[in-house]
Design a protein around this ligand. Sequence first.
Ligand code: ADP
Ligand code: ZN
Ligand code: MG
Length: 464
Amino acid sequence: MRYQPVIGLEIHAELLTNSKVFCTCQNEFGGSENTRVCPRCSGLPGTLPLLNQGAVRLAAKAGFALDCTVNNYSAFDRKNYFYPDLPKAYQITQFDHPICTGGYITVTGGKDIRINHIHIEEDAGKLVHDDYEGISMADYNRCGVPLIEIVTEPDFRSIEEVQDFVEKLALRLKYAGVCDAKMEQGSMRVDVNISIMPVGSTEFGTRAELKNLNSLKAIGRAIEYEINRQAEILDNGGTVIQETRRYNDNHGDTKALRSKEDAHDYRYFPEPDILQVNFTDEMLDEIKAKLPEMPHKRLARYTVEYGLSEVDAKILVNQKRVSDFFDESLKVYNNPKSVANFIIVELLRRVNLGEVSMDSLPFEADAFAKLVEMADTDKVSKNDAKKILREMISSGKSPEEIAKEKGMLIVNDMAKVAEVIDSVLKANETAAQQYRNGETKVFGFLMGQCSKQLKGACTPKIIK
Ligand code: ADP
Ligand code: ZN
Ligand code: MG
């Protein structure tokens, strides 16, 4: 390839508030069209917006999760444009004074992708086009859903870096409880700005903005298509024009949507109906303190401190619930490798089989940790430990209780073991004599007799 792609992202993430950003309508995905609307979010004249403080706090939290500077002062602006999904004909957003600036995520290869800023804005409604009837319908349920827009610097140079960033970003937002980051449902939407320049050049080319990318795969395919499209233009002596293009996943191509608007086209001006946001340092500290340990820090702790493999550590970290469960288990039985192994191999297998979900486990981490410890210290056999886990899942009983009930407890009572061995030898004198005469293959039979009588109350190692 003679061209180097240069990529920057603009990511919209819906905030997990109960209500919308400027009214008290419910903020919830789906539902019948136009059932979650009120005069404010449907833009009726004379209504005034009322800022949802929870949304502002979540936006600040997102900033801390991404190592941004969260600004004490931020303010809202009006972005004016007409489109049927925006009944007010302007969007309330932040332009000159966004809530967060700076920040970064380290992607594969150890490179830092810088975040330019994060601003708060309101989502628009959804247009449903019925080509058959030749009509378009507007659903305003999404109107006024609080969003943050995360804008990166044009620091990406490959598809892998973009995909890694998006994955890590989604995980951090989920950990922070800011956004559920479901790309397929549109609660996190990624727009890709992409240009190309000759390899070795330092002057960026003209970019196109790609919209409608709802999976990591789609992002990869769209970028690939766009690199080739722009390369062909340049190869033929043409110039790339700055525009917004829509990606079509069925065709695997991008089509021009509209030429790129500049800021002055929107007639931005300070929103007169909303107070500016002023955070004290104490308020910001309080928000920051509520942030859980971020996934990249957990990953480092699991690999460096606990010696887990990168692969295993990632499996645990990729779902906060699993990672939390692991950490809670360690408080009771501090053997990271063993606990991690039992979670990954046994517990997650049951989850993947659909027998139980991590959100509805009928037992706590301490009971699980106890079970792993029992197996590690030969209180129960490894095989019985798996059976006990299944029983814990179906009955919610403690591992000790189940082991006792099912006679799975290995007591290793030496007096009892000696007594059983004596009686077995006496009852099987012929076999005992054969062994003494050097016929060692009868040992297994004698072992079996002992195990049978001890009913698993003792490990084979001890009987031997
Ligand atoms: P505008 O204000 O015109 O929207 P921005 O500077 O805000 O432009 O950039 C929007 C997005 O485009 C950012 O994610 C940025 O990283 C990216 N970007 C800017 N210039 C380029 C370029 N030459 N090639 C690729 N991406 C770019
Ligand atoms: Zn409303
Ligand atoms: Mg911009």
